[in-house]
Design a protein around this ligand. Structure first.
Ligand code: UFG
Length: 337
């Protein structure tokens, strides 16, 4: 199976961990990343951790000439497409930028893949396509209805992939709907390094624990959940990375969709308590109003991936947060420290 895989967004959080697993499995890796929300230091970390050097191409995927050069220079056999803008709030404020960047990147990529007869694609989708779910846990067949432009770009790209695969039987596409990826490589030398104030819970909690920020704001303790705070299906980023290898290894003709989650929920207060346990640091918080657009609970039904991809996410919340803490405490200011 091993061959050359193009990983768009391979310097980012999930992309970089997937590159580690691909290289360890014997694949050649070409990272295409514009570094707009990632760091070249992640590519160096991938090389150090694996002893293998991925090729690195700094390109903007909306530039088809530049991306075409990547296909000219490398004998690519399959693509994992992570690259994209991903901040929910920003997408509400700047919808055109989100639609233009995420959709144009994908059009360019699909065009070039067809032109170079590369038909295997694994795409980073998101549980956000389910919106406020009508059933829990959420199976892949549940109704979709994203509630923000970011989520709509994910669903639009899924639809485009389904149409492309229906039109030409050579395509083999796997759409992966991630739940809430957290954690870091156990070495503590590769992890999530958000720019500015983190939007997501775990990076924020880690920055409070390490002393970079004073206090977490808990967005509502009056949800219809066991302790009143929001419940999510957190998944270790290395379990997620391994899910991509499984998707690649089990890829089939057509276009199929899989939830990647654990099926186990954790609340905001569970995350705070577990972080305090694994770090030995206090996490100060105050309960504030709900965040617009949030939902009470998001939980995957991961049974399809377990069955068809022979993959299961089994790292616990303790392991996720202990690994995130190792990364945060060794690199309090991310890759720059
Ligand atoms: N939360 C807080 N305080 C914070 C940040 C988050 O209380 O400072 C709470 C949220 O209200 C929610 C939980 O922590 O209950 C998780 O919030 P995240 O922002 O970490 O994650 P979301 O589930 O809101 O969103 C994530 C990704 C999105 C993706 C979505 C899919 O960030 O990109 O999962 O379900 F679309």
């Amino acid at each position: 199976m091993p061959g050359t895989i193009l990983v768009t967004g391979g310097a980012g959080y999930i992309g970089s961990h997937t590159c580690v697993r691909l290289l360890e499995r014997g694949f050649e890796v070409v990272v295409a990343d514009d570094l707009s929300n990632s760091s070249a230091a992640a590519v160096d970390a991938i090389a150090r951790l694996t002893g293998c050097q991925p090729s690195f191409e700094q390109v903007d995927l909306t530039d088809i000439e530049a991306l075409g050069g990547v296909f000219e220079r490398h004998a690519i056999e399959a693509v994992i497409h992570f690259a994209g803008l991903k901040a929910v709030g920003e997408s509400v404020a700047e919808p055109l930028r989100y639609y233009r960047t995420n959709l144009l990147s994908t059009f360019n990529l699909l065009d070039l893949m067809a032109r170079h007869e590369v038909f295997d694609l694994v795409f980073s989708s998101s549980a956000t396509v389910y919106g406020d779910p009508e059933q829990l846990p959420i199976p892949e067949g549940a109704a979709t209805g994203p509630t923000n432009p970011y989520g709509r770009t994910k669903l639009m790209i899924e639809d485009i992939c389904r149409d492309v695969a229906a039109a030409d039987p050579r395509w083999r596409i796997s759409l992966l709907r991630y739940f809430n990826p957290v954690g870091a490589h156990p070495s503590g030398d590769l992890g999530e390094d958000p720019r500015g104030v983190p939007n997501n819970l775990v990076p924020f909690v880690m920055q409070v624990a390490v002393g970079r920020r004073d206090q977490l704001r808990v967005f509502g303790a009056d949800w219809d959940t066991p302790d009143g705070s929001g419940v999510r299906d957190y998944i270790h980023v290395l379990d997620l990375a391994e899910g991509h290898l499984a998707a690649l290894e089990h890829i089939d003709a057509g276009c199929d969709v899989f939830n990647l989650g654990t099926g186990v929920g954790a609340s905001v207060f569970d995350v705070i308590k577990t972080t305090e346990n694994v770090s030995g640091k206090a996490v100060s918080y105050e309960v504030v109003d709900r965040r617009p657009g949030d939902i009470a609970t998001s939980l995957a039904d991961p049974s399809k991936a377990i069955r068809d991809l022979e993959w299961r996410a089994d790292r616990s919340l303790e392991v996720m947060l202990a690994d995130a803490w190792r990364w945060q405490s060794r690199h309090p200011n991310g890759f720059d420290s």
